[in-house]
Each structure stands twice: as structure tokens, then as C-alpha cells.
Ligand binder design. Structure first.
Ligand code: KG4
Ligand code: ZN
Length: 348
């Protein structure tokens, strides 16, 4: 079976093709992606109108590219999946309408995909991991700890009360003058700095009165701003910036480890198959190694998709579509696009 997936919810236009019946190493058939980073760079963040127009401009060429990579004609595709939310609505509509149009013309099923669910399931393309698993979903718009109990079965254990973790990387990078997108740039610069140079806050980490394992990142970004403002612009040397970046990355690692440890305690007797990460921030190697240590100490495998499948891509949408199509789950053509679409609302 071949499933094509379309991703247009933020600043990547992407089309992937997967074959869920192939062995794990051979499931990915096409991974076509056009990033819009250059178009948004001058604004230091994603501009929704620019994003929607760019998706429209690029989607046709990406379809040609994806089919070429897979070496198949369009009529070999058995199902068309597209992100229908959550995300920037103009972009989401471009991808969803394209997916529906292809499905109608080819007389094949359409599968509406929740972008967060796609991040949650991507790991199963590369590893044969069963349910349940503990998922740390960390992206530009979301930061959640979820017990993934099955396809469409998600129990949220914690979420952010303010900024998402990727947002914290992006906003801090802007304050540090590193540019956009912040996560990969902070990771690069942090490798040169001293992670113990600055003591930054770890909001909610000492709070045993709360029952969940929620996050809060907005104070961290403000603390970075305070450290920067203590020095005049000409005193902000590259080593000073690297030290702040390294301290920030370490602090984020401390917070993620603290909150995930609490999640392990909450699920207590549930025998999970793995600790899994997903979303763009999961591409960060330093954070992956911190979470690997935690998983080792809890005697469960740590599993992460390859970095290029952590950040937004079409393969993850195709994979989530394939998981649903395998169970005979398809979507009507009047499925609406949603700017907000919480993961837990999928639980039937
Ligand atoms: O999942 P994603 O591509 O898009 C959303 O669904 O939001 O995540 C994008 C986020 C951005 O905030 C970006 O800065 C962050 O992921 N990111 C990283 C890294 N690569 C991407 N954060 C930390 N380290 C990285 N290597
Ligand atoms: Zn994403």
C-alpha cells in the first residue's frame, strides 16, 4: 500500500510517500520538502499570509518531485492524507484542498490528519514500537507529555501553561541576535559555551503541589533577556552569547528531564514500551542525550525519529494516514480545517 501525505500547517511545504507494508528500513519512499525559512527570516517569525502563498506556489512542484523520488505515477497511490490542523489556517487549507482534490480525481480515500498526532506516531515508521509509550512532544507551537495508548488514544499528562519549548528557543535566539529559526542556531552556538555559566530559572520544577507535569517557559526567555541587558551591546562577545545559549539549553534539558520524571511517576504501574520524542525540538542532540539517560535510568528504550523527521515534513503525515488507512479509517471530503485541534479530542 502507498500513502501520500501533505504538510502545510506552518513554514514547510512538504509531501511524503510511505509504504507501511514494507520492512521498517524501507517504508520511506519519498521525502520532498521546501522550506520557507528565507521568506520569514526578515520578520524573525512565520508570517501567515506569506506562508499560505508560498505553500500554493510550491505544492505542485513538490508533488512532481515526490512521485519522481518514489518512481511511481500518481495512480499508484492508494490514499491521500493531509494535515487538517492545528496550524496556520491559510496554509492548512492549501494542503487539505490539494489532498482532497487528488483523492477525488484519483477516486481514492482521503485521510484528514491532526498534525500533533502525526508527530506522535512518526517514531513507528522507523521502529516497530507498540503501544503504550510515553511521548514528549516538543515543537514550535506545543509542549506536551502524553501517554500514547493506541491510535487515536492519547492521555495528556502535562502541557505548557504559556510558551512552547520551541517558542522559547526561537524567542531567546532572537534576543541573543542569532536569527531564525532559533532552535538549531542555539544548539550550534551552545556547543561552544559553558552550560554552567548562568543560573536560569526552572519554572514549576520544584512544585510538588500540582498533580500534573505541566511546563512553563516564558520566564526563561525573560531571564535570558535580563542577562543580555546587564551588558552594553559592545560587551556582548561571541563567548558571552555561547555561554548564555549553553546555559539555556542545559536549563531546558533540566526542565524536560524533571517534568518527564514526574510523568513516569504519574503513570507508575503502566508498563510502557519506550520513552519517545517528537516535534522539531526533538532534533536537538543535547536534549536527546539527556532524555536517553533518563530512559536508561527507568529501564525503557529511548526512541526518536531521525532528526529530519522530527521537524515538520510530509512523511509523518503520510505515515499517520497509513496507520489510519490500515485500520480502514478514512475521512469525508467535507472534513473541515481547524486552527486549533487538541490531541485529546481525537479520543473516541
Ligand atoms: O515541529 P516543528 O518543525 O514545527 C511545529 O510544529 O511547530 O518545530 C519547529 C520548532 C522551532 O521552534 C525550532 O526552533 C525547533 O523546532 N527546533 C529545534 C531544533 N530544530 C528545530 N529546537 C532545538 N534544537 C534543534 N536542533
Ligand atoms: Zn510540527
Amino acid at each position: 500500500m502507498l500513502v501520500l501525505g501533505i504538510e502545510t500547517s506552518c513554514d514547510e511545504t512538504a509531501i511524503g510517500i510511505v509504504d507501511p507494508d514494507a520492512p521498517t528500513g524501507a517504508r520511506l519512499c519519498a521525502h520532498a520538502l521546501a522550506t520557507q525559512i528565507e521568506a520569514h527570516k526578515p520578520y524573525g517569525g512565520v508570517v501567515p499570509e506569506i506562508a499560505a502563498r508560498a505553500h500554493l506556489d510550491r505544492i505542485e512542484d513538490l508533488l512532481t518531485d515526490a512521485l519522481k523520488q518514489a518512481g511511481i505515477p500518481l495512480n499508484r497511490i492508494d490514499g491521500f492524507a493531509a494535515t487538517c490542523g492545528p496550524g496556520l489556517i491559510g496554509g492548512v487549507m492549501v494542503g487539505a484542498m490539494t489532498g482532497k482534490a487528488l483523492a477525488v480525481v484519483q477516486e481514492k480515500p482521503f485521510i484528514a490528519i491532526n498534525h500533533l498526532e502525526a508527530h506522535a506516531l512518526t517514531v513507528r515508521l522507523s521502529y516497530d514500537v507498540g503501544f503504550p509509550y510515553l511521548l514528549l512532544l516538543m515543537s514550535g507551537g506545543h509542549c506536551q507529555i502524553v501517554l500514547v495508548e493506541g491510535l487515536g488514544c492519547y492521555r495528556q499528562l502535562g502541557t505548557t501553561l504559556d510558551d512552547a519549548v520551541g517558542e522559547c528557543f526561537d524567542k531567546s535566539a532572537k534576543i541573543l541576535g542569532l536569527g531564525y529559526p532559533g532552535g538549531p542556531l542555539i544548539e550550534q552556538v551552545a556547543a561552544l559555551g559553558n552550560p554552567c555559566a548562568f543560573t536560569l530559572p526552572r519554572p514549576l520544577c520544584g512544585d510538588s503541589s500540582r498533580t500534573g507535569c505541566d511546563f512553563s517557559f516564558s520566564g526563561l526567555k525573560t531571564a535570558v533577556r535580563h542577562e543580555i541587558m546587564k551588558r552594553a551591546p559592545d560587551e556582548r562577545s561571541p563567548s558571552f552569547i555561547s555561554d548564555i545559549a549553553a546555559s539555556l539549553q542545559k536549563t531546558i534539558g533540566d526542565i524536560l528531564v524533571n517534568r518527564t520524571t514526574k510523568a513516569f511517576d504519574i503513570i507508575n504501574n503502566t508498563r510502557i514500551q519506550a520513552l519517545v520524542v517528537g516535534g522539531g525540538v526533538a532534533a536537538n542532540k543535547a536534549l536527546r542525550s539527556r532524555l536517553t539517560e533518563l530512559a536508561n535510568s527507568r529501564k525503557v528504550p529511548f526512541l526518536a525519529p531521525p532528526p529530519e523527521l522530527c521537524t515538520d515534513n510530509g512523511v509523518m503525515i503520510a505515515w499517520a494516514g497509513a496507520e489510519r488507512l490500515t485500520l480502514g479509517q478514512t475521512s469525508p471530503f467535507d472534513t473541515r480545517c481547524r486552527p486549533r485541534w487538541p490531541l485529546e479530542s481525537l479520543c473516541g
